[in-house]
Design a protein around this ligand. Structure first.
Ligand code: WTA
Length: 637
């Protein structure tokens, strides 16, 4: 593959940026033309942010798997598409070439068809990080089914909520997953999620651990047996379904400021172009290189930069099943050394955690193959940035600090590796096609540099969210109603004197815990469902490794007799309702919550207390009971 649209110099970036703003349709048409389409589009872009309605490449027909697989086969069929490293270093790794991946995807696409999956159906995928997860995604895309992947750390209740919202009729899962020293029983969690569910028609189970699972007759089938049936049928091929550019590719649930996660919808044409364009340009991928993104495919980062970005570019993507700290904190560096990884893309929380183990685990590893380092998911503090740059990149690899969101489909603001300059803790400049602006709390645009404000985007880019599944009004409300004619990101941001952007964190009620997005309202709902809890308020506080920790103030019925036991019980409830990732780091039992006379909780005060402030709570005169503040502060943990 060669990428005619890969930006190679700072001047070329500036030129591309200017053109993308002045002539967006000409700009994107040229890039989209390099992909495989079954029919060319009638119109490049049609949009308004009122409804909102955003359509890219309308009338175009394509299948994303032809772009991720078929088009590479003739010349690059034998190069590795996926290198898979298992959880345990003693187990053999696997390599799937583009030819092999193509065969497996078409086979499994036929399995889906045999099991009644049709174009437009929603298929929920709840699997560990194994190549079959990627195969399952691409097989859905092959036949035009919409995948909805649920991160393996979510609980049965969380799965049930998502299944209901997506009206999914099919699930693909594993018996279990390895995560470090743990074995997670995925099928058992699915079974629990399906109690009372009458919509699900089929559960396809891949055997990863060979752990005993219960199989419900007429509903549950084994992946391997179904593949064997397809092999016996003799025709492994599965023609790619003809899809509209604006047909849905996937739904991915993410947290917002309400108690219910929303299904972010991405459509095929625009998402494909965006994932590919950003992959090729941000990481400056060169053919033959190995790209290692450490995210889980259950999050958007895995969708875009393990699967669709790299595979559409004919790249070699490395998938890792395990965790960075097991069997020891040198696991990432072993993998880099073993496969001679070129690009390493990870999260600040992982960097901070590995930093804490010291250089002992880095020192004997050959990291000289590395050319580009990347960071995603949360603001990267300068200390972590320098540690990464100095000790992993040995001061010779550019670090790309990539800012983006589930809703944006791919990176919006980042330096381009080795092409535009980085700046520690700054995502720096927008990619071509991205028009950021900062607004003050009244929605007035702030035009100067050296300012801070709320980050918005004023013009559509191909990879942007199209709707929230089954509830378009929610999409409008959440992103397009705060400021007129702007997409509101929910992030606060600083722009320096040169126009570089630094994202400072969420300004809404969304927390970012170890790079996982968690809504405070979701956690509060879970806590409130625990017996004896009268009310709760959840806020974030700075956490050395996780970035943000979860602090819960809880009004409990009576005085808890055994405080520790009560806290553990609340933890269990939260794990059951959402998943262990949402467990509060701190729980403080309080006699009341600081409320205004109209009954609104003053979270600003609770946040300050959680951050350790002892004074400067601002104006507390509107509080119903100002003395509460002192008593809550006195009980701070
Ligand atoms: C935050 C992850 C600072 C931000 C791709 C955003 C970042 C939220 C960065 C989206 C970054 C992501 N610097 N903050 N480089 N990248 N964020 O949907 O608050 O899981 O709104 O997407 O993560 O999280 P999400």
């Amino acid at each position: 593959m060669s990428y005619s649209y890969q930006i190679k110099t700072q001047e070329a970036y500036e030129l591309a940026y200017r053109e993308s703003v002045q002539y967006p349709e000409v700009f994107w048409e040229r890039i989209a033309s390099t992909f495989t389409w079954q029919k060319k589009w009638d119109k490049v872009l049609d949009w308004n942010f009122d409804q909102p309605s955003v359509k890219w490449f309308e009338g175009g027909k394509l299948n994303i798997t032809e772009n991720c697989l078929d088009r590479h086969l003739q010349k690059y069929g034998n190069i590795p598409a996926i290198i898979w490293e298992p959880n345990h270093p003693s187990e053999s790794h696997r390599v799937l070439t583009y030819n092999e991946l193509h065969v497996k995807v078409t086979q499994f696409a036929n399995v889906l068809k045999n099991n009644g999956v049709q174009k437009g159906d929603r298929v929920c995928i709840y699997m560990g990080m194994i190549p079959e997860l990627t195969i399952a995604m691409l097989a859905c895309a092959r036949i035009g089914a919409i995948h909805s992947i649920i991160f393996g750390g979510f609980s049965a209740q969380a799965i049930a909520d998502r299944l209901e919202d997506a009206k999914a009729e099919f699930i693909i899962t594993c018996d279990g997953a390895y995560r470090g020293a743990k074995e997670v029983p995925l099928k058992a969690v699915v079974d629990e999620a399906l109690v009372g569910n009458t919509i699900i028609k089929r559960v396809i189970v891949y055997n990863r651990l060979n752990m005993p699972v219960s199989m419900v007759a007429d509903r549950d089938v084994y992946w391997e047996e179904e593949v064997r049936k397809v092999e016996m049928q003799g025709n492994p091929d599965c023609p790619a379904e003809v899809m509209d550019a604006e047909d849905m590719l996937f739904v991915l649930y993410t947290s917002g400021s309400t108690g219910k996660p929303k299904g972010v919808v991405h459509t095929i044409g625009g998402y494909m172009v965006w994932a590919n364009y950003t992959f090729v340009n941000v990481f400056q991928y060169q053919p033959g290189q190995i790209h290692f993104c450490t995210a889980d495919i259950g999050w958007i980062t895995g969708h875009s930069y393990i699967v669709y970005g790299p595979l559409s570019a004919g790249a070699t993507t490395l998938m890792f099943e395990g965790i960075p700290t097991w069997p020891d904190a040198g696991r990432f560096w072993d993998i880099v050394d073993k496969f001679k990884v070129d690009i390493l893309y990870t999260a600040p929380t992982a960097i901070r955690s590995l930093m804490g183990f010291g250089l002992e685990y880095v020192k004997d590893k050959d990291l000289s193959s590395l050319k580009v380092l990347g960071s995603v998911g949360e603001p990267i503090n300068e200390e972590a940035w320098h540690w990464f740059y100095n000790n992993i990149g040995k001061e010779k690899c550019p670090v790309v600090d990539t800012w983006w969101q589930t809703e944006t489909g791919g990176v919006l603001i980042s330096n381009l590796a080795g092409v535009t300059p980085g700046k520690p803790s700054f995502a720096t400049l927008p990619l071509p096609g991205v028009q950021p602006c900062l607004v003050d709390e009244h929605g007035k645009e702030i035009l100067d540099n050296h300012v801070s404000g709320n980050l918005c985007i004023r013009f559509p880019w191909p990879g942007m969210i199209r709707t929230t599944y089954n509830n378009h009004e929610r999409c409008r409300q959440a992103y397009f109603s705060t400021y007129e004619n702007l997409y509101f990101t929910g992030d606060g941001c600083v722009r320096d004197e040169y126009g570089n952007y630094r994202i400072t964190g969420r300004v809404d009620d969304v927390l970012n815990v170890s790079g996982h997005r968690i809504g405070t309202a979701e956690v509060e709902n879970a806590i409130n469902s625990h017996t004896g809890v009268i009310e709760s308020a959840v806020v974030g506080y700075p956490h050395e490794i996780k970035g943000q920790g979860i602090y819960a103030y809880v009004i409990y019925n009576g005085t808890p007799e055994d405080i520790e036991l009560s806290k553990q019980a609340i933890h269990q409830t939260v794990s059951r309702m959402i998943g262990p990732i949402a467990k509060p780091d701190k729980i403080q039992f309080v006699p009341g919550l600081p409320k205004t006379r109209s009954g609104k909780i003053m979270r600003r005060i609770l946040r300050k207390i959680a951050e350790g402030e002892t004074s400067n709570f601002g104006d507390t005169s509107t509080l119903l009971d100002p003395t509460l503040v002192d008593s809550i502060r006195a009980g701070k943990i």
